[in-house]
Design a protein around this ligand. Structure first.
Ligand SMILES: [Zn+2]
Length: 78
């Protein structure tokens, strides 16, 4: 009786583990997809606003119509 049911229990355990493992991978994949979408949106919105600094050439997000960046290393022209 015991020798007959133990393999069944092992197989059942393996099946449950496999289902749980597949679900875990699926859940992680979904989370990565959502994160990639958020990153894409973030990148799209920032790239629209970026302009090149007329002094050092670095790209930055302009504030109140300035053509120069706010970096400490970029002081010429201020
Ligand atoms: Zn600059």
């Amino acid at each position: 009786m015991f020798g007959f049911s133990l393999p069944k229990l092992v197989v059942l355990g393996v099946i449950i583990f496999a289902i749980w493992y597949v679900y875990k991978i699926y859940e992680r994949k979904q989370r990565i997809l959502v994160k990639e979408d958020q990153d894409k949106v973030k990148k799209d919105t920032s790239s629209v606003d970026m302009i090149s600094c007329k002094n050092c050439g670095d790209y930055f997000v302009p504030s109140n119509g300035s053509i120069y960046c706010d970096k400490d290393t970029c002081v010429v022209g201020k």
